[in-house]
Design a protein around this ligand. Structure first.
Ligand code: IVH
Length: 661
């Protein structure tokens, strides 16, 4: 029992505080249930602080702690039909036969409690330990589907509304793909990512990450509604994002149909769900049923089992990316899982191999939850052959034999031989020609691979001398005159690509598209960039220590400087053409603004950025032509007077954000 308490506490900490769980929820629940059973059998041995007595996690130190007006409880979990029928029986015993259930999807994110006062969002608090949570208002305000101000006037003067913050799968996959391109470690799943994001210190970074939120319950002092269903419909009318797949059911059979329907359909949703929640509809009946210490007696969740199968680990192979990061991949005996044949699973990094203590030929459990890429959950130790060989992450690069290195604070191992390690060279050239970089028509990844094998390209700069090798190109399979012409034209045209694209194409570690733009427009020329000091680099907009160090390291290599001078001589662009205008939208185009006063959630500089990046213009003074005066607290009286005199509309920070919706 002690061991279970210890283990579960550690997992809770990983889940709630670090937002980095290391076991599947199902396994956690199983262990919790095991402890629960033991405590029932040996109550005298039960620890009063056992995780079975707690709702959830701890509180992160860096945010203000806020006490919930209504505690945020958790739900009882069920995993099978019988448990659900038992729940239904308990409900019937207490309130009779005459009731309805509301069936909802169980969104896989993190719960949030929003407080509205006088139609305005005043606070957003995480669940925390159920009694107190973190005040994350500033971050939550960046979520577009959460209204800051309600238009309807018939809302209660004070209410709390609860829901789940999550990230759509497509947005998450794109993000991970971008990270992969930068040679960075990928995030495990949308839930952890959303949880990590909500707890970030910099709300500007939060704003860049596309979070969403579904709302599913309302708390008020007085009873405004008779049923949960009615309140959900009204929430929708007030402008809240309520999931359209919520359904009213008359009995448990109907609930089971709903559950079975979503068991397979859930994979077609754009977001992850991990189960279904059912709630007794009538508030009066909910009150009659009441609560246990941890959860309501009028609601329960049915959790889908993450689809899991057992198969054999045939071997672990190692992929070397263009940045040299060496990623282990599990090659599995093919097995059917959630409708697709799985042959490979991610192992992320060396730590993961160590955590699983993998041995060759192990029988492993592979899980595919909402996530697309399957992963190994654990090993079936009872099937391990005696004398099985432990899998050891290699010390040298599997492609070129160079000793691998690991940087402080990073989990990935790298092959440092970026000048001669074949997959790194090919990967770098492939990156250079890719759509987001130089976007060279008539050239593809496979062609680069072939050119490399034939010794036609060794460096990016070799692309620009390919026209001298036209005769040799003609000897290649599937390479006709037309396609050669096409390719050479594409290469020639790429010389016009702007500096920021060239810079991104060079593939400097941690320099993604956005960072390349910031560096290009910040430094203006490659020569200035190449000689910039750490202070100069970190002084640029959005450039941190890690990126700055990576840039300095890149330009410290003779070979890189040589390549750049060759590319220069071929006529590529190494100077920024104009000042940076990257518009997020043109919603404010043609509109002028003056910002004055102090604001609750943003600095004036941040508001200026928001306006300009959406096409608006900042003016220095108030005139009759001005469209809006964005007014904060403690604004100078003379400005206020002038604005009033000239009939310039005064708007708040929230009104400004409304304009962007
Ligand atoms: S109702 C009294 N409805 O599941 C419980 N919760 O295990 C109120 N969740 O903390 C929660 N979808 O984070 C409710 N449609 C839904 C939900 C939902 C996801 C989460 C929520 C809650 C946890 C409980």
């Amino acid at each position: 029992m002690d061991a279970l308490v210890k283990e579960l506490n550690q997992h809770s900490y990983n889940y709630y505080v670090l937002a980095m769980p290391t076991i599947a929820d199902f396994t956690f629940d199983q262990k919790l249930e095991e402890l629960n059973q033991l405590e029932q059998t040996y109550p005298e041995l039960a620890d009063p602080n056992s995780p079975t007595q707690k709702v959830g996690g701890e509180i992160t130190k860096t945010f203000t702690t806020v006490k919930h007006k209504w505690p945020m409880l958790s739900l009882g979990n069920t995993y099978n039909e019988q448990d659900l029928r038992d729940f239904d029986e308990r409900v019937k015993k207490s309130i009779g036969e005459d009731f309805e259930y509301v069936c909802e999807l169980k969104f896989d994110g993190l719960s949030i409690s929003l407080t509205y006062e006088d139609q305005k969002l005043v606070r957003a608090v995480t669940r925390g330990d159920g009694t107190k949570g973190d005040d994350v208002t500033t971050n939550v305000k960046t979520i577009h589907t959460i209204p800051h101000r309600l238009k309807e006037s018939d809302v209660p003067p004070l209410f709390e509304i609860r829901g789940e913050i999550f990230m759509h799968r497509a947005a998450f996959e794109k993000l991970n793909k971008d990270r992969e391109e930068l040679g960075e470690i990928q995030y495990a799943n949308p839930r952890n990512f959303a949880a990590g994001t909500v707890k970030m210190q910099d709300s500007r970074e939060v704003a860049r990450r596309p979070l969403d939120c579904f709302l599913y319950s309302l708390n008020t002092d007085k009873n405004y509604f008779k049923t949960h269903w009615e309140s959900l419909q009204t929430l929708k009318k007030w402008g809240f994002n309520v999931c359209e797949h919520t359904k009213l059911s008359n009995n448990i059979e109907d609930v089971l149909l709903f559950i079975h329907h979503w068991e397979n359909e859930r994979f077609k949703l754009s977001y992850d769900i991990d189960g279904i929640v059912i709630k007794v509809n009538s508030y009066a009946q909910q009150q009659e049923l009441g609560f246990t210490a941890k959860s309501p007696r009028w609601a329960i969740s049915y959790k889908y089992k993450a689809q899991e199968v057992e198969t054999i680990l045939e071997k672990v192979s190692y992929q070397v990316g263009r940045t040299g990061a060496v990623t282990p991949v599990a090659n599995l005996k093919p097995v059917l899982l959630a409708g697709t044949t799985v042959k490979r699973a991610t192992l992320h990094n060396a730590n993961e191999i160590e955590r699983l203590n993998l041995h060759e030929g192990d029988s492993v459990f592979v899980e595919k939850g909402g996530e697309i890429i399957p992963k190994i959950i654990n090993v079936n130790l009872s099937k391990r052959e005696p004398g099985a060989v432990k899998i050891i992450y290699p010390l040298v690069c599997p492609e070129c034999g160079t000793a691998l290195v690991r940087k402080d604070g990073e989990v990935a191992y790298y092959c440092p031989n970026d000048e001669a390690c074949p997959p790194q060279i090919v990967g770098k050239i492939q990156h250079f020609i890719s759509r987001k970089a130089m976007n060279i028509d008539g050239l593809g990844d496979e062609t680069i691979e072939t050119f490399y094998q034939r010794g036609l390209v060794r460096h990016i700069s070799d692309l620009y001398t390919l026209h001298e090798k036209a005769d040799e190109l003609k000897t290649l399979d599937r390479f006709g005159e037309r396609s050669i012409e096409n390719m050479l034209r594409g290469i020639e045209l790429s010389k016009q690509m702007p500096f920021e694209k060239v810079l991104f194409g060079l593939g400097i570690r941690y320099v993604g598209e956005t960072v390349a733009r910031k560096l290009a427009f910040g430094a203006k020329t490659i020569d200035k960039l190449a000689t910039a000091t750490l202070e100069e680099l970190t002084g640029l907009d959005e450039i941190g220590q890690r990126i700055a160090e990576s840039v300095i390291e890149y330009f410290s290599k003779e070979e890189h400087l040589h390549q750049i001078s060759l590319l220069k001589s071929y006529g590529l662009q190494f100077e920024a053409q104009e000042s940076e205008i990257t518009l997020q939208s043109d919603k404010l185009t043609g509109k002028t603004f003056v910002i004055s006063g102090v604001f609750e959630n943003y600095s004036r500089e941040e508001l200026k950025d928001i306006i300009e990046s959406n096409g608006g213009k900042i003016l220095s003074g108030i005139s009759a032509k001005l469209n809006y005066l964005v007014a904060g607290d403690n604004m100078g009286p003379s400005k206020l007077e002038k604005a009033k005199k000239l009939n310039v509309p005064l708007i708040s920070q929230d009104d400004l954000l409304e304009l962007l919706k």
